[in-house]
Design a protein around this ligand. Structure first.
Ligand code: SF4
Length: 346
């Protein structure tokens, strides 16, 4: 039987697991404290457990763990990118972004991605596999361990992969990260970013979590959006906007629309006007960000003048528009740049 990964268990599941071993219930809390806040890598490290229990866990259970293969720091803004390798040799990239107020971990949910957005290096990798809940939780722990021991304030599920295409594992990881006995990260400090998986948005709306939702919109016209993001053929723009309105209603929260500006593709005044029209009834904020070059990408960022013209028009019609500065672009840690080529996956 495959050993159970304790890093991927909620407190309720850990309670049940400990009971199944015939151990007293307080052992579950002891084990959780080692696994999550302390983030130990082995059962041998759990020094307040009896030796016999540690040995049994070693035989019958496991803990998702990662090795840090590479760590790069941006000379522009201090953003750090980690290449992490799981026990099966699969590698992902995760990023730590810092500003004056907070430290944010950008976490991956899949190795590669099957949606193939034309501006995204992860999409160019193709899909390799989903991460498990335990592997996603371990990634957050690894970020804390490696670069942010002062505690990561926020977590965004915006790294490699489409979180809502790995719904169950991502949501379970969020519940573990959110739990007091887990990582204790407030739901409002976590953000799922999706390319627009409509059934996933509906499911998320029904979860009753105070989590933030961001959607890569990138074009206000279905035809253009579908050329940039093939997923739009499956989930058309109108359906995405309707699902977002439902999420905003049931969660009582603004949704974030991410708009990646690509030169001569979606940066015209006509696009800004249509974006404003489409979103006028949606409780949202719009983040505008310029394209980052990738090895596989065929696009360019717009000129500063074009960006200013786009923003001015949008701001004249939308209440909340933010120009997001791309961070870590010199180490390919920016939006759409995360990628671990197949030859590096073992
Ligand atoms: S932008 Fe997101 S959904 Fe699109 S290919 Fe990249 S990881 Fe996948």
């Amino acid at each position: 039987m495959k050993p159970v990964d304790l890093r991927g268990l909620t407190q309720g599941e850990l309670d049940e697991y400990v009971a199944s071993l015939g151990e007293p219930s307080y052992r579950a809390a002891q084990i959780a404290a080692w696994i999550f806040p302390r983030g130990v890598a082995t059962f041998a490290d759990m020094t307040d457990l009896p030796l016999a229990l540690r040995e049994r866990l070693e035989r019958e259970a496991t803990l998702s763990r990662t090795e840090t293969v590479r760590r790069e720091t941006s000379t522009i803004d201090g953003t750090e990118k980690l290449l992490l390798r799981y026990a099966d040799g699969a590698c992902i990239e995760a990023v730590v972004l810092r500003d004056a107020e907070r430290t944010t971990g950008c976490v991956s949910t899949q190795i590669g991605c099957r949606f193939g957005c034309s501006f995204c290096a992860t999409g160019a990798m193709g899909f390799q596999r989903n991460l498990t809940a335990g592997e996603i939780v371990e990634q957050i722990i690894a970020l804390r361990r490696n670069v942010a021991p002062e505690t990561l304030h926020n977590v965004v599920f915006m790294g490699m992969g489409e979180p809502l295409d790995n719904y169950d594992a991502t949501l379970k990881a969020i519940r573990i990260a959110n739990s007091e006995s887990g990582l204790g990260i407030g739901a409002r400090r976590m953000t799922i970013s999706t390319a627009g998986v409509v059934p996933g948005i509906h499911r998320l709306a029904a979860e009753g979590l105070q989590i933030n939702l961001a959607v890569s919109l990138n074009a206000p016209f279905q035809r253009i959006r579908a050329t940039l993001m093939p997923i739009a053929e499956i989930y058309p723009l109108d359906d995405v906007l309707e699902a977002l309105a439902g999420f905003a209603r049931s969660a009582g929260r603004l949704v974030t629309l991410e708009y990646l500006l690509l030169r001569d593709i979606n940066d015209t005044p006509e696009m800004a006007a249509e974006l404003a029209r489409l979103t006028r009834k949606l409780p949202c904020k719009i983040n505008v960000i310029c394209y980052n070059h990738t090895e596989t990408g065929a696009y360019d960022p717009p000129s500063d003048k074009t960006v200013e013209r786009f923003l001015a028009l949008l701001r004249s019609r939308c209440p909340t528009v933010v120009r997001r500065v791309s961070r870590g672009s010199d180490i390919s840690a920016g939006c759409g740049q995360l990628c671990v080529p197949r030859k590096r996956q073992r």
